[in-house]
Design a protein. Structure first.
Length: 89
């Protein structure tokens, strides 16, 4: 399954932080460097496995821990309305 950012979400990378604005509910979220990178990669074209590979290549993280963290983080973004499944895939 591929996920993409919701059309109601805007974000900007400022330093190592992503400032995420959910326009529909006027909510602001802050993401750390890795969270910002994951959000940037959630473009609707990449699978979760693709994102896992990219993060593994860019950061020094444990493969198994990353898999669990990535799954949990994407679930949180989904529940918050930041990302949604890409229906076109």
């Amino acid at each position: 399954m591929n996920y993409q950012r919701s059309s109601e979400v805007r974000y900007r990378i400022v330093g190592d932080t992503a400032v995420v604005v959910r326009q529909d509910v006027a909510e602001v979220m802050l993401l750390n460097e890795v969270g910002a990178r994951v959000l940037d990669l959630l473009d609707g074209n990449r699978t979760i496995a693709d994102i896992h590979r990219v993060i593994l290549s860019e950061y020094e993280v444990d493969r198994t821990e990353l898999e669990e963290d990535l799954s949990r983080f994407i679930g949180e973004l989904k529940r918050a309305g930041v990302v949604q499944p890409n229906e076109n895939q």
